[in-house]
Design a protein around this ligand. Structure first.
Ligand SMILES: [Zn+2]
Ligand SMILES: [Zn+2]
Length: 420
């Protein structure tokens, strides 16, 4: 029987443009096809280095979840000639086209160019998978909940007598979502976005609440830019349960995603009864209401969409608060180079753009950290692993720990491969 190769086209040893492959006797099984939201000079966004030749070898595509760093390069794959299906959970199929369109609109607005025509996005053919065992064109695939976002899953493939796991974006301690533990396997392509760190979700939330509290008590405003799906729901739940005794304004999209999530009991660890009914919570639906929210006297909290501060609503709050030294913007996840979310922590950017508002980074955990990655390996017993979602330098200690345990570990892209 021939060997199986697993490798990363991009996304391993970097943060974004996730795209991995299993090369089997039948051709390439592609796992995710996303973009990296980075602007360098004229280039808005980075894509996996796929070619027509590669696309012609791809037999099927599995999509772990809707986020742009996993989905938004799919139109490019079809433009290169792929004409098969993209398999994903129904909730991902519902959300991914909107995410892809949002990415395309962002690139256009930034004056960048897409490596595919607009029409390529219409070519994507999605096909739903159910949780548990599936048979896709004769290929058995096990699907489990990854705890990262509604519709987020891991895939496990028994191929040529070996079992290979792709975790997608995964967390072992989700706030509201349920997570399934995969079966023991031979090899894994594993998320380790927080490689080099051990993060306690409880402590992070505590820090977040304390920072908000001290700022609003002193009469300042707090802006929390959040991706509406996933982290947005978690922080909305946290903030509305806590109160703070000041008005809390939430962009409608975040509330809609939260309400959608509450209807999906299959994906939840437990339904959230208290919901978003806190008395001091106001939903912001348009620019007029946004301006009214900003005119509030004294302390206030704003939950805006897009964690990197690139969406229009978040930028309205940012522009209103950026000169206010008493106010605070809290970034709770990754902010890519070239975004305002990253600029807030860059002295030169702050000087050039007259930014005086305070900025803090408090990671809300939606991925695996160093300890999680090690414990997952212990539980599943795989002997070969490709790490992804963290820049090369951050992977050093985790690679070292795996080496000590005689595990073949890799953080880098093609032509580096792992052979089974
Ligand atoms: Zn994600
Ligand atoms: Zn991701």
């Amino acid at each position: 029987m021939n060997e199986i190769k697993i490798f990363s086209f991009s996304g391993s040893g970097e943060n974004g443009r996730n795209c991995y492959a299993l090369q089997t006797e039948q051709g390439i099984i592609l796992l995710d096809c996303g973009v990296k939201r980075e602007t360098v000079g004229e280039q808005v966004g980075f894509y996996p280095p796929l070619t027509e030749e590669v696309a012609s070898q791809v037999r099927m595509v599995f999509l772990s979840h809707c986020h742009e760093d996993h989905s938004a390069a799919l139109p490019m794959l079809y433009h290169l000639g792929y004409n098969g299906e993209v398999y994903a959970a129904q909730e991902t199929i519902d959300a991914a086209p909107g995410m892809i369109r949002k990415w395309m609109a962002y690139v256009e607005k930034q004056g960048g160019s897409l490596p595919f025509p607009q029409s390529a996005a219409e070519k994507i053919r999605f096909s739903p998978l159910s949780l548990g065992s599936n048979l896709v064109n004769g290929l058995p695939v096990e699907v489990g909940r990854s705890g990262h976002v509604l519709g987020g899953v891991w895939f496990q493939f028994p191929v040529q007598g070996k079992k290979v796991l792709y975790t997608g974006d995964m967390t072992l301690q989700p706030s509201s979502l349920a997570v399934d533990l995969p079966e023991p396997c031979d090899a894994a392509i594993m998320n380790c976005a927080y490689a080099g760190q051990c993060i306690s979700q409880e402590k992070q939330y505590q820090k977040l609440l304390e920072l908000i509290e001290t700022t609003v008590c002193a009469g300042g405003k707090v802006l929390l830019p959040l991706p509406p799906k996933g982290r947005g729901s978690d922080v909305l739940k946290l903030v509305s349960a806590h109160g703070f005794g000041v008005p809390v304004f939430v962009e409608e999209q975040i509330v809609t995603c939260y309400q959608e999530l509450q209807k999906k009991s299959l994906w939840l660890s437990q339904a959230d009864e208290q919901g978003t009914c806190a008395a001091n919570l106001t939903i912001v639906k348009n620019e007029n209401e946004r301006q009214q929210a900003l005119n509030t006297a004294g302390g206030a909290v704003y939950l805006a969409s897009d964690g990197m501060l690139t969406a229009p609503d978040g930028l309205v709050y940012y522009n209103a608060l950026k000169a206010d030294v008493n106010s605070l913007i809290i970034i709770t996840g990754h902010a890519a180079a070239g975004t305002v979310g990253a600029g807030l922590f860059d002295e030169e950017y702050r000087r050039k753009n007259d930014v005086s508002v305070r900025a803090e980074k408090i990671i809300c955990k939606v991925h695996l950290d160093e300890q999680d990655a090690l414990s997952l390996q212990e539980r599943l017993g795989f002997k070969k692993v490709i790490l992804f979602h963290a820049i090369k330098e951050k992977n050093k200690s985790l690679l070292e720990s795996f080496k000590e345990r005689n595990i073949e570990a890799l953080a880098g892209s093609w032509p580096q491969t792992i052979t089974l």
